[in-house]
Design a protein around this ligand. Structure first.
Ligand code: NAP
Ligand code: MG
Length: 419
């Protein structure tokens, strides 16, 4: 059979550890026998990032901007231990952060639903996708301890400090403009020790976030919910609500109407109550902290981080696909010692199919889109027939089918039989 070809390249980013191994096996067993891959390749493995002083990550980000579709393997974000392990000259920042900043993008996470693995919320028959705003709020905050006690400053007591207060304190919010004018507001008067925090966001970043969310809704035909607490936060959260509304009305309402999808703003507590009673299927857009918390909740409800995909979407419509999990270090160390591992490749397979489908769409290449859909179906069929990796066997319940645990490679070969 002739291999499927495609015209515009996909940006391929290889990564680290166990997912690096899975990456090559997925290509070898499930993609390259059927598709003549046309990729612009970047090795984002930590050795290569060190060798190029992280230039390779920036080049990869530029390539995604140029070609519009990328697929990325999980990569190590170095910490102090990794700096030693890999003899690094620098604690390089997370490649995902570099790429996200370059594309001004938003990360969308979406679970892969498979029969036999029932979400803990059984009414969720369609995936709940989460969009987390990736800029500002408490992740770029300034916080101070307020010490009014008699002991030294900073107070070294284990909180709560029981020492008597010898002074009071006033915390104020001050904005100084370049023309010297100021806006001020009192945050709190302290007559005992405490804490204070300042956070910010920008209209530009919020509007980009809104655009990415509406683009994603249109691209995947999903209703979009945005939820925050504007009744309490009448300036800060309300600004988010207003920007979403304006961007929607001015730029997306007509397209949403013709696609038959809707945008709704909800109070966050109301949204939580509604979502657990819903059948799923929507995109739930959230501020930075809310998205951090709720994406872990949604992943747990659906059963496994290894069944969660992640897409970075820029406001001008560039797409980067990856698995939501990391490099699965513990499994890699076992693999390196010659042991067999049963690491789940499903989310990484879906990162590839996501990119191939998107390229099929942008190039108007039906064969490529159809192949991606076939590979997704074969993957799900394999699990539904009872063949899976070890992380899923304990979760799997389907009448008459006894789950069989396979090694990663044997699982990929089994999928090839269903393809
Ligand atoms: P992780 O790689 O996601 O793994 C955490 C644990 O979750 C694993 O030890 C494993 O549990 C389970 N797990 C995750 N993915 C699995 C899969 N596909 N199949 C089976 N089990 C899976 O997270 P981490 O250990 O916190 O991080 C490891 C490295 O990944 C770090 O260097 C981190 O910087 C990096 N990371 C990268 C990304 C990214 O590139 N997007 C995201 C997160 C983390 P058991 O060991 O119990 O089997
Ligand atoms: Mg989290």
């Amino acid at each position: 059979m002739a291999k499927i070809t495609f015209k515009t390249p996909i940006v391929e980013m290889q990564g680290d550890e166990m997912t690096r191994i899975l990456w090559d096996w997925i290509k070898e067993i499930l993609i390259e026998p059927y598709v003549k891959l046309n990729t612009v390749f970047f090795d984002l493995g930590l050795d290569q990032r060190e060798k190029t002083q992280d230039k390779v990550t920036h080049e990869a980000a530029d390539a995604i901007k140029k070609y519009g579709v990328g697929v990325k393997c999980a990569t190590i974000t170095p910490n102090a231990q990794r700096v030693q392990e890999y003899n690094l000259s620098n604690m390089w920042i997370s490649p995902n952060a570099t790429i996200r900043a370059a594309l001004d993008g938003t990360v969308f996470r979406e679970p892969i639903l498979v029969k036999g693995i029932t979400p803990f919320i059984p009414s969720w028959v369609k995936p709940v996708a989460i969009a987390r705003h990736a800029y500002g709020d408490i992740y770029k905050n300034r916080e101070l301890a307020v010490d009014t006690c008699a002991c030294e400053r900073p107070c070294r007591c284990t909180p709560p400090c029981g020492c008597p207060s010898v002074k009071t304190a006033k915390a104020e919010l001050v904005v100084t403009y370049s023309d010297g004018t100021q806006d001020r507001g009192i945050i709190a008067d302290f007559d005992g020790c405490g804490i204070v925090q300042g956070v910010h966001n920008t209209d530009r970043s919020i509007a980009s976030f809104a655009r990415s969310c509406f683009k994603y809704g249109l691209s995947f035909k999903k209703d979009v919910w945005f939820a925050t607490k504007d009744t309490i936060s009448k300036t800060y959260d309300h600004r988010f609500k207003d920007i979403f509304e304006t961007v929607f009305q001015n730029e997306y309402k007509a397209d949403f109407d013709s696609a038959g999808i809707v945008y709704e703003y909800k109070l966050i507590d109301d949204a939580v109550a509604q979502i657990v009673r819903s059948s799923g299927g929507m995109l739930w857009a959230l501020k930075n902290y809310d998205g951090d918390v709720m994406s872990d909740m949604v992943a747990s409800v659906f059963g496994s981080l290894a069944l969660m995909t992640s897409v970075l979407v820029s406001p001008d419509g560039k797409f980067e696909y990856e698995a939501a999990h990391g490099t699965v270090t513990r499994h890699y160390y076992r693999y390196r010692e010659g042991g067999e591992t049963s690491t789940n490749p499903v989310a990484t397979i879906f990162a590839w199919t996501g990119a191939l489908k998107k390229r099929g769409e942008t190039d108007n290449n039906k064969d490529l889109s159809a192949f991606a859909a076939r590979l997704e179906k074969a993957t799900l069929d394999t699990v539904e027939a009872g063949f899976m990796t070890g992380d899923l066997t304990g979760l799997f319940k389907l009448d008459g089918i006894k789950p069989i645990k396979l090694s990663s490679r044997a699982f990929l070969e089994k999928i090839a039989q269903y393809l």
